[in-house]
Design a binder for this molecule. Structure first.
Ligand SMILES: Cc1ncc(COP(=O)(O)O)c(C=O)c1O
Length: 361
Protein backbone atom coordinates (compact mmCIF):
# COMPACT_ATOMS: atom_id res chain seq x y z
CA UNK A 1 0.00 0.00 0.00
CA UNK A 2 1.33 3.34 -1.13
CA UNK A 3 0.43 5.15 2.07
CA UNK A 4 2.61 2.81 4.11
CA UNK A 5 5.69 4.00 2.23
CA UNK A 6 8.06 6.66 3.54
CA UNK A 7 6.79 10.12 2.56
CA UNK A 8 10.20 11.27 1.25
CA UNK A 9 10.04 8.98 -1.72
CA UNK A 10 7.06 10.84 -3.21
CA UNK A 11 8.73 14.26 -3.02
CA UNK A 12 10.44 14.06 -6.42
CA UNK A 13 9.35 12.73 -9.76
CA UNK A 14 10.90 9.33 -10.51
CA UNK A 15 13.91 9.50 -12.81
CA UNK A 16 12.77 9.16 -16.44
CA UNK A 17 15.43 7.52 -18.59
CA UNK A 18 15.70 8.13 -22.35
CA UNK A 19 13.26 6.01 -24.36
CA UNK A 20 14.65 2.58 -25.30
CA UNK A 21 14.99 1.82 -29.03
CA UNK A 22 12.81 -1.32 -28.84
CA UNK A 23 9.99 0.60 -27.13
CA UNK A 24 9.93 3.25 -29.87
CA UNK A 25 10.00 0.57 -32.58
CA UNK A 26 7.07 -1.22 -30.94
CA UNK A 27 4.99 1.85 -30.17
CA UNK A 28 5.47 3.64 -33.49
CA UNK A 29 5.79 0.59 -35.74
CA UNK A 30 9.20 1.70 -36.96
CA UNK A 31 11.98 -0.52 -38.30
CA UNK A 32 14.94 1.83 -38.10
CA UNK A 33 15.37 3.77 -34.92
CA UNK A 34 18.47 5.51 -33.59
CA UNK A 35 18.97 6.62 -30.00
CA UNK A 36 20.82 9.83 -29.20
CA UNK A 37 19.10 10.33 -25.85
CA UNK A 38 21.13 8.89 -22.98
CA UNK A 39 24.71 10.06 -23.55
CA UNK A 40 25.80 6.53 -24.28
CA UNK A 41 28.79 5.68 -26.42
CA UNK A 42 27.74 5.11 -30.04
CA UNK A 43 30.46 2.47 -30.41
CA UNK A 44 29.84 -1.06 -29.13
CA UNK A 45 32.24 -2.12 -26.35
CA UNK A 46 35.83 -3.10 -27.03
CA UNK A 47 36.02 -6.70 -28.32
CA UNK A 48 38.40 -7.46 -25.47
CA UNK A 49 35.78 -6.36 -22.94
CA UNK A 50 33.12 -8.48 -24.63
CA UNK A 51 35.34 -11.56 -24.52
CA UNK A 52 36.33 -10.98 -20.88
CA UNK A 53 32.74 -10.45 -19.78
CA UNK A 54 31.65 -13.52 -21.76
CA UNK A 55 34.38 -15.62 -20.22
CA UNK A 56 33.25 -14.57 -16.74
CA UNK A 57 29.86 -16.12 -17.55
CA UNK A 58 31.46 -19.56 -17.33
CA UNK A 59 31.81 -19.07 -13.57
CA UNK A 60 28.59 -17.14 -13.06
CA UNK A 61 27.31 -19.95 -10.82
CA UNK A 62 29.58 -18.36 -8.19
CA UNK A 63 29.00 -15.03 -6.49
CA UNK A 64 31.29 -12.28 -7.75
CA UNK A 65 34.29 -10.99 -5.82
CA UNK A 66 32.57 -8.47 -3.57
CA UNK A 67 35.85 -6.59 -3.16
CA UNK A 68 36.47 -6.21 -6.94
CA UNK A 69 40.11 -7.11 -6.29
CA UNK A 70 41.43 -7.18 -9.87
CA UNK A 71 39.43 -4.22 -11.11
CA UNK A 72 40.60 -2.12 -8.18
CA UNK A 73 44.18 -3.25 -8.81
CA UNK A 74 43.88 -2.14 -12.44
CA UNK A 75 42.34 1.20 -11.49
CA UNK A 76 44.93 1.75 -8.75
CA UNK A 77 47.75 1.20 -11.21
CA UNK A 78 46.22 3.46 -13.86
CA UNK A 79 45.42 6.36 -11.55
CA UNK A 80 48.33 5.93 -9.12
CA UNK A 81 46.28 5.49 -5.96
CA UNK A 82 45.97 2.61 -3.50
CA UNK A 83 43.17 0.04 -3.89
CA UNK A 84 41.98 1.22 -0.46
CA UNK A 85 41.24 4.60 -2.05
CA UNK A 86 38.79 3.04 -4.53
CA UNK A 87 35.11 2.20 -4.26
CA UNK A 88 33.41 0.34 -7.14
CA UNK A 89 29.71 0.75 -7.77
CA UNK A 90 26.89 -0.66 -9.82
CA UNK A 91 27.33 2.36 -12.07
CA UNK A 92 28.67 5.60 -10.61
CA UNK A 93 25.01 6.34 -9.79
CA UNK A 94 25.24 3.86 -6.95
CA UNK A 95 28.11 5.74 -5.34
CA UNK A 96 25.88 8.84 -5.08
CA UNK A 97 23.34 6.77 -3.13
CA UNK A 98 26.08 5.18 -0.99
CA UNK A 99 27.54 8.58 -0.09
CA UNK A 100 24.16 9.79 1.15
CA UNK A 101 23.50 6.52 2.98
CA UNK A 102 26.88 6.54 4.70
CA UNK A 103 27.28 10.22 5.55
CA UNK A 104 23.99 12.10 5.73
CA UNK A 105 22.67 12.49 9.26
CA UNK A 106 19.21 13.69 10.13
CA UNK A 107 18.55 17.38 9.38
CA UNK A 108 21.79 17.74 7.44
CA UNK A 109 21.88 19.59 4.12
CA UNK A 110 23.11 18.96 0.62
CA UNK A 111 23.81 21.56 -2.07
CA UNK A 112 22.73 20.76 -5.60
CA UNK A 113 22.86 23.00 -8.65
CA UNK A 114 19.77 23.39 -10.77
CA UNK A 115 19.34 22.11 -13.39
CA UNK A 116 21.95 19.37 -13.26
CA UNK A 117 22.13 15.57 -13.17
CA UNK A 118 18.74 14.61 -11.72
CA UNK A 119 19.87 11.70 -9.59
CA UNK A 120 21.40 14.02 -6.96
CA UNK A 121 17.98 15.43 -6.18
CA UNK A 122 16.12 12.11 -6.39
CA UNK A 123 18.64 10.31 -4.16
CA UNK A 124 18.86 13.20 -1.68
CA UNK A 125 15.07 13.39 -1.32
CA UNK A 126 14.89 9.66 -0.71
CA UNK A 127 17.65 9.95 1.88
CA UNK A 128 15.66 12.69 3.66
CA UNK A 129 18.20 15.46 3.05
CA UNK A 130 17.38 19.12 3.23
CA UNK A 131 18.28 20.35 -0.25
CA UNK A 132 19.64 23.79 -1.05
CA UNK A 133 19.54 24.57 -4.75
CA UNK A 134 22.04 26.79 -6.51
CA UNK A 135 20.80 28.00 -9.92
CA UNK A 136 23.17 27.73 -12.88
CA UNK A 137 24.53 30.98 -14.27
CA UNK A 138 24.81 31.10 -18.07
CA UNK A 139 24.40 27.31 -18.11
CA UNK A 140 27.39 26.89 -15.79
CA UNK A 141 27.73 25.94 -12.12
CA UNK A 142 27.82 29.13 -10.04
CA UNK A 143 30.65 28.31 -7.64
CA UNK A 144 30.55 31.55 -5.55
CA UNK A 145 26.81 30.99 -5.07
CA UNK A 146 27.43 27.39 -3.98
CA UNK A 147 30.09 28.57 -1.52
CA UNK A 148 27.63 31.12 -0.11
CA UNK A 149 25.07 28.37 0.61
CA UNK A 150 27.40 26.36 2.86
CA UNK A 151 26.31 26.20 6.49
CA UNK A 152 27.31 24.14 9.51
CA UNK A 153 24.78 21.56 8.40
CA UNK A 154 26.09 21.09 4.86
CA UNK A 155 27.21 17.48 4.51
CA UNK A 156 27.50 16.99 0.75
CA UNK A 157 27.95 19.25 -2.26
CA UNK A 158 27.37 17.61 -5.63
CA UNK A 159 29.38 18.91 -8.56
CA UNK A 160 28.83 17.29 -11.95
CA UNK A 161 31.99 18.10 -13.82
CA UNK A 162 31.44 18.16 -16.73
CA UNK A 163 27.77 18.83 -16.15
CA UNK A 164 24.82 16.97 -17.59
CA UNK A 165 22.60 18.27 -19.27
CA UNK A 166 24.54 21.44 -20.17
CA UNK A 167 27.91 19.93 -21.17
CA UNK A 168 29.74 22.81 -19.47
CA UNK A 169 32.48 22.44 -16.85
CA UNK A 170 33.84 23.94 -13.65
CA UNK A 171 37.42 25.20 -14.08
CA UNK A 172 40.45 24.38 -11.93
CA UNK A 173 40.42 27.90 -10.49
CA UNK A 174 36.76 27.59 -9.54
CA UNK A 175 37.39 24.24 -7.85
CA UNK A 176 40.30 25.77 -5.88
CA UNK A 177 38.07 28.71 -4.88
CA UNK A 178 35.43 26.31 -3.61
CA UNK A 179 37.84 23.99 -1.83
CA UNK A 180 39.33 26.91 0.11
CA UNK A 181 35.86 27.47 1.57
CA UNK A 182 34.96 23.89 2.45
CA UNK A 183 34.59 23.22 6.18
CA UNK A 184 36.06 20.05 7.67
CA UNK A 185 32.62 18.45 8.02
CA UNK A 186 31.55 18.91 4.40
CA UNK A 187 32.24 16.47 1.59
CA UNK A 188 32.52 17.63 -2.01
CA UNK A 189 31.29 14.99 -4.43
CA UNK A 190 32.90 15.51 -7.84
CA UNK A 191 30.96 13.48 -10.38
CA UNK A 192 33.28 13.06 -13.34
CA UNK A 193 31.25 10.59 -15.41
CA UNK A 194 32.37 12.44 -18.59
CA UNK A 195 35.95 12.93 -17.41
CA UNK A 196 37.63 11.32 -20.45
CA UNK A 197 35.88 13.72 -22.84
CA UNK A 198 37.03 16.79 -20.90
CA UNK A 199 40.45 15.91 -19.55
CA UNK A 200 42.22 17.49 -22.53
CA UNK A 201 40.46 20.82 -21.95
CA UNK A 202 43.05 23.36 -20.75
CA UNK A 203 41.51 24.54 -17.48
CA UNK A 204 39.59 21.35 -16.60
CA UNK A 205 40.60 20.60 -12.99
CA UNK A 206 42.74 17.84 -11.56
CA UNK A 207 40.53 17.08 -8.54
CA UNK A 208 42.74 14.14 -7.57
CA UNK A 209 45.14 16.61 -5.95
CA UNK A 210 42.56 17.04 -3.16
CA UNK A 211 42.35 13.33 -2.36
CA UNK A 212 44.89 13.36 0.47
CA UNK A 213 43.92 16.39 2.46
CA UNK A 214 40.27 17.26 1.87
CA UNK A 215 36.90 15.58 2.09
CA UNK A 216 36.31 14.65 -1.49
CA UNK A 217 34.75 11.79 -3.40
CA UNK A 218 35.57 11.70 -7.11
CA UNK A 219 33.50 9.34 -9.26
CA UNK A 220 34.00 8.18 -12.82
CA UNK A 221 32.21 5.75 -15.06
CA UNK A 222 32.65 2.86 -17.47
CA UNK A 223 29.32 3.79 -19.05
CA UNK A 224 30.50 6.60 -21.33
CA UNK A 225 34.00 6.54 -22.83
CA UNK A 226 34.28 2.76 -22.26
CA UNK A 227 30.93 1.82 -23.88
CA UNK A 228 29.78 -0.30 -20.94
CA UNK A 229 26.55 1.44 -19.83
CA UNK A 230 24.69 -1.88 -19.92
CA UNK A 231 27.12 -3.59 -17.54
CA UNK A 232 26.78 -0.89 -14.82
CA UNK A 233 30.23 -0.19 -13.47
CA UNK A 234 31.41 3.06 -11.93
CA UNK A 235 34.22 3.81 -9.51
CA UNK A 236 35.16 6.45 -7.04
CA UNK A 237 38.29 7.76 -5.34
CA UNK A 238 38.36 8.97 -1.75
CA UNK A 239 40.54 8.70 1.35
CA UNK A 240 40.58 5.19 2.79
CA UNK A 241 38.33 6.12 5.74
CA UNK A 242 35.66 7.45 3.38
CA UNK A 243 35.97 4.36 1.19
CA UNK A 244 35.58 2.16 4.26
CA UNK A 245 32.36 3.97 5.22
CA UNK A 246 31.00 3.61 1.66
CA UNK A 247 31.86 -0.10 1.63
CA UNK A 248 29.92 -0.66 4.83
CA UNK A 249 26.64 0.52 3.30
CA UNK A 250 26.80 -1.20 -0.09
CA UNK A 251 25.36 -4.55 -1.05
CA UNK A 252 28.05 -7.22 -0.61
CA UNK A 253 27.93 -8.21 -4.30
CA UNK A 254 27.02 -4.89 -5.93
CA UNK A 255 29.10 -5.37 -9.09
CA UNK A 256 28.57 -8.63 -10.96
CA UNK A 257 31.42 -10.75 -12.30
CA UNK A 258 30.96 -10.13 -16.08
CA UNK A 259 30.87 -6.40 -15.27
CA UNK A 260 34.11 -6.55 -13.25
CA UNK A 261 35.92 -8.58 -15.93
CA UNK A 262 34.52 -6.47 -18.79
CA UNK A 263 35.48 -3.21 -17.09
CA UNK A 264 39.04 -4.36 -16.39
CA UNK A 265 39.54 -5.41 -20.01
CA UNK A 266 37.98 -2.14 -21.22
CA UNK A 267 40.31 -0.14 -18.96
CA UNK A 268 43.29 -1.76 -20.66
CA UNK A 269 42.02 -1.11 -24.19
CA UNK A 270 43.22 2.47 -24.61
CA UNK A 271 42.62 2.34 -28.36
CA UNK A 272 38.88 2.00 -27.81
CA UNK A 273 38.79 5.19 -25.74
CA UNK A 274 40.92 7.02 -28.32
CA UNK A 275 38.53 5.90 -31.08
CA UNK A 276 35.60 7.10 -28.99
CA UNK A 277 37.13 10.51 -28.35
CA UNK A 278 37.83 10.95 -32.07
CA UNK A 279 34.30 9.93 -32.99
CA UNK A 280 32.87 12.43 -30.51
CA UNK A 281 35.20 15.22 -31.57
CA UNK A 282 34.40 14.74 -35.27
CA UNK A 283 30.68 14.28 -34.62
CA UNK A 284 30.51 17.40 -32.49
CA UNK A 285 32.33 19.46 -35.12
CA UNK A 286 29.84 18.22 -37.72
CA UNK A 287 26.81 19.00 -35.52
CA UNK A 288 28.13 22.44 -34.58
CA UNK A 289 28.74 23.22 -38.26
CA UNK A 290 25.26 22.14 -39.31
CA UNK A 291 23.53 23.89 -36.41
CA UNK A 292 25.52 27.09 -37.04
CA UNK A 293 24.59 27.13 -40.71
CA UNK A 294 20.93 26.57 -39.83
CA UNK A 295 21.11 29.43 -37.29
CA UNK A 296 20.29 27.09 -34.38
CA UNK A 297 21.88 27.94 -31.03
CA UNK A 298 23.47 25.39 -28.72
CA UNK A 299 25.57 25.32 -25.55
CA UNK A 300 29.20 24.45 -26.42
CA UNK A 301 29.96 21.16 -24.71
CA UNK A 302 33.05 19.33 -23.44
CA UNK A 303 31.13 16.06 -23.32
CA UNK A 304 29.59 13.56 -25.75
CA UNK A 305 26.27 15.44 -25.94
CA UNK A 306 24.96 18.88 -26.86
CA UNK A 307 22.09 20.92 -25.48
CA UNK A 308 20.35 22.46 -28.50
CA UNK A 309 18.02 25.44 -28.24
CA UNK A 310 14.95 25.00 -30.45
CA UNK A 311 12.61 27.53 -28.86
CA UNK A 312 8.99 27.04 -27.89
CA UNK A 313 8.44 24.22 -30.39
CA UNK A 314 11.15 22.05 -28.88
CA UNK A 315 8.75 19.40 -27.56
CA UNK A 316 6.86 19.24 -30.87
CA UNK A 317 10.14 18.85 -32.72
CA UNK A 318 11.17 16.12 -30.26
CA UNK A 319 7.95 14.22 -31.03
CA UNK A 320 8.40 14.62 -34.78
CA UNK A 321 11.98 13.38 -34.53
CA UNK A 322 10.67 10.35 -32.63
CA UNK A 323 8.20 9.57 -35.41
CA UNK A 324 11.12 9.71 -37.84
CA UNK A 325 13.02 7.17 -35.74
CA UNK A 326 15.37 9.60 -33.98
CA UNK A 327 15.24 9.49 -30.17
CA UNK A 328 16.71 12.57 -28.50
CA UNK A 329 16.05 13.80 -24.97
CA UNK A 330 13.20 16.21 -24.33
CA UNK A 331 14.13 18.53 -21.53
CA UNK A 332 10.98 19.15 -19.49
CA UNK A 333 12.30 17.09 -16.51
CA UNK A 334 14.99 19.79 -16.21
CA UNK A 335 12.52 22.62 -16.99
CA UNK A 336 14.63 23.48 -20.04
CA UNK A 337 11.56 23.34 -22.20
CA UNK A 338 12.99 25.13 -25.22
CA UNK A 339 15.87 22.67 -25.60
CA UNK A 340 16.57 19.13 -26.65
CA UNK A 341 19.70 17.21 -25.63
CA UNK A 342 21.41 15.24 -28.37
CA UNK A 343 24.10 12.62 -27.79
CA UNK A 344 26.84 12.46 -30.42
CA UNK A 345 26.27 9.32 -32.46
CA UNK A 346 28.08 7.59 -35.30
CA UNK A 347 28.58 9.57 -38.48
CA UNK A 348 25.50 7.95 -40.02
CA UNK A 349 23.40 8.67 -36.92
CA UNK A 350 24.50 12.30 -36.74
CA UNK A 351 23.60 12.75 -40.41
CA UNK A 352 20.20 11.13 -39.88
CA UNK A 353 19.50 13.48 -36.96
CA UNK A 354 20.50 16.59 -38.93
CA UNK A 355 18.49 15.49 -41.99
CA UNK A 356 15.42 14.85 -39.83
CA UNK A 357 15.82 18.11 -37.90
CA UNK A 358 16.22 20.14 -41.09
CA UNK A 359 13.15 18.54 -42.64
CA UNK A 360 11.10 19.54 -39.58
CA UNK A 361 12.15 23.15 -39.09
C1 LIG B 1 26.61 13.48 -14.62
C2 LIG B 1 26.36 12.02 -14.58
N1 LIG B 1 26.77 11.33 -13.53
C3 LIG B 1 26.57 10.01 -13.41
C4 LIG B 1 25.91 9.31 -14.41
C5 LIG B 1 25.64 7.86 -14.20
O1 LIG B 1 26.59 7.10 -14.76
P1 LIG B 1 26.66 5.53 -14.47
O2 LIG B 1 26.19 4.86 -15.71
O3 LIG B 1 28.11 5.30 -14.16
O4 LIG B 1 25.79 5.22 -13.30
C6 LIG B 1 25.47 9.98 -15.54
C7 LIG B 1 24.73 9.24 -16.58
O5 LIG B 1 24.20 9.74 -17.50
C8 LIG B 1 25.67 11.37 -15.62
O6 LIG B 1 25.22 12.06 -16.65
Amino acid sequence: MRKLARKNIFKTKPYMPGKPIEEVKRELGLKNVIKLASNENALPPSGKAVIAAGRAMFTANRYPDGGCFYLKKGLAKRFRVKPTNIIVGNGSDEIIVLALRAFLKSREEVIISKPTFLIYEVASQIAGAKIKFSPLKNFRYDIPKIASLITKKTKLIFIANPDNPTGTYVTGKEVDFLMRRIPKKTIVFFDEAYYEFAKGVKDYPNTMKYLGNKNVIITRSFSKAYSLAGLRVGYGFADSGTVDALNRVREPFNVNSPAQAGALAALKDKKHVEKTLKLVEDGKAYLYGELDSAGIKYIPSVTNFVLVRLGKNAKKIYKKLLKMGVIVREMSPWKLNSFIRVTIGTKIENHKFIRALKSII
